[in-house]
Design a protein around this ligand. Structure first.
Ligand code: NAG
Ligand code: NAG
Length: 431
């Protein structure tokens, strides 16, 4: 096992050197960041991007965004190109296999025809938890380049993806054909865009809270949101916190080295707390010990507010929303501070902490993690589950900058404070 791990970097190096010249020939035309709208599927609370498949008569694929996904996968048309197992993408893709799934090796290329040995990847559905094994392929897609204010021109490039059986689409929205992984892997979308466009390994994610589209920009800034006089949002973040590793997971993790406060009172918890981010989990999940401490603190801090009992599952603390005060940043409920490494707090206000479950009920939208959720995407490799996995609702209308070059996460806190939202990017093509 140890020898395998030592061998891999060497193999990768050899392949990287031999394919280096090839990679240069697929460079994009100008090194501009790329921009794409993000929509929210109301039935599943998943976030969706659309990518046209160029060879295929301009078919547009709808794909679910997965911050923890190391690859891009979709169902494949008949006659798709199979990547050979000597391809660089193959080696990267094959590194990611879920726990309890044996590492089967990439197989050996045939001496007479290296492309006859096909490359297998392990596409994973983050909602159903299912994993399949299927062929790596590649296709040409088109995304708009941006100056940070508008789309400026369409750019086409080749992406390496995994095929997947139709059955792997279970529990995903009906028109979706796959998943775009955004994780810290060489075959996730941010790295493939960085390689082909010669832009930074850095992307900004701004998830929408409602029907209007949010925005993602791959390759660095700037990022302007309407109204027009707003400054570059990437230059006006609250702060940065280092990205940390959690077991072998390719996902994004940060550390609350000073813990968590509710209503500006420290919650008694052992620090540092590892916090993951998941775009495929609608509500923040907390490890049972952390969940109990935070629920107790929030319960105490809201003892004066009118409750709805019994609470609406899966939540535990529900309030009569007709009695809650309203502010620019959502219901007037105690703020929750994630006191992150680097000295800045990610502050969660009512708009990000409360879920409106019916006309008169709003609940604290934190749920308890099940113990078995410590697996793929949440750690794995025997690592304890993270204290918290921040879910979609808690990220909406916050700008997050995932900067792999500097291994840090930039965060804006709630944009409503600045009188804008993630749905304020101007998607009209620049004149
Ligand atoms: C690029 O932006 C224009 C204007 O919003 C849009 O009509 C077009 O579909 C976009 N292209 C792609 C590939 O998304
Ligand atoms: C959006 O961008 C277009 C193209 O640059 C511009 O004409 C339009 O005024 C912008 N919209 C707003 C609301 O600023």
């Amino acid at each position: 096992m140890v020898e395998m791990w030592q061998l891999k970097p060497l193999l990768l190096l050899i392949v990287a050197v031999s394919l280096g010249a090839l990679a240069c020939t697929v460079a994009g035309d100008g090194g501009m960041p790329l921009v794409t709208p993000i929509t929210k599927d109301s039935a599943t609370s998943l976030y969706i991007v659309s990518a046209p498949v160029v060879e295929n008569d301009q078919i547009t694929n709808h794909l679910v965004l997965d911050l923890s996904g190391p690859i891009i996968w979709s169902t494949c048309p008949d006659g798709y190109v199979k990547l050979g197992c000597t391809s660089l993408a193959c080696m990267h893709a094959h590194r990611f296999h879920p726990p309890n799934c044996p590492h089967t090796g990439y197989g050996k290329p045939r001496a007479d025809n290296p492309r006859r040995c096909k490359c297998t990847a392990h596409p994973h559905n983050p909602v159903s938890g299912d994993t399949a094994s299927d062929d790596m392929t590649e296709f040409t897609t088109t995304i708009n380049a941006t100056d940070g204010k508008n789309p400026v021109k369409e750019v086409s490039f080749v992406v390496a993806t995994s095929c997947a059986p139709e059955s792997l689409l279970a529990k995903l929205p009906e028109n979706v054909v796959g998943v775009v992984g955004l994780a810290r892997s060489a075959v996730a979308l941010p790295a493939q865009i960085a390689d082909t466009q010669k832009v930074a390994k850095k992307f900004a994610l701004c998830l929408p809270s409602g029907g209007a589209a949010g925005v993602a920009i791959f390759g660095g800034g700037p990022l302007f949101l309407l109204p027009p006089e707003r400054p570059d949002m990437m230059e006006s973040l609250v702060g940065y916190t280092p990205l940390v590793k959690h077991g072998e997971s390719p996902g994004y993790y940060i550390s609350a080295d000073r813990g968590i406060a509710v209503n500006q009172v420290q919650v008694p918890l052992d620090t540092p707390l590892v916090i993951g981010l998941s775009s495929t989990t609608p509500y923040t999940k907390l490890r049972p010990d952390v969940y109990r401490a935070i629920i107790t603190a929030f319960d105490k801090a809201t003892s004066g507010l009118a409750r709805i009992k019994p609470a609406v599952a899966p939540f535990e603390l529900c309030y009569d929303s007709t009695q809650l005060g309203s502010t620019r940043v959502g219901y007037a409920v105690p703020q929750i501070d994630l006191m992150l490494e680097g000295g800045k707090n990610w502050v969660v206000f009512g708009a990000n902490s409360m879920a409106q479950v019916n006309d008169h009920t709003a609940c604290l939208a934190f749920v308890e993690m099940k113990q078995e959720e410590a697996g793929y995407g949440g750690g794995g490799g025997g690592t304890q589950a993270p204290a918290m996995v921040i879910g979609g609702l808690q990220m909406e209308d916050n700008l997050l900058v995932f900067d792999e070059e500097k291994q840090r996460l930039g965060f804006s806190s709630l944009l409503l404070f600045r009188q804008t939202t993630c749905s304020n990017f101007n998607f009209t093509m620049a004149a």
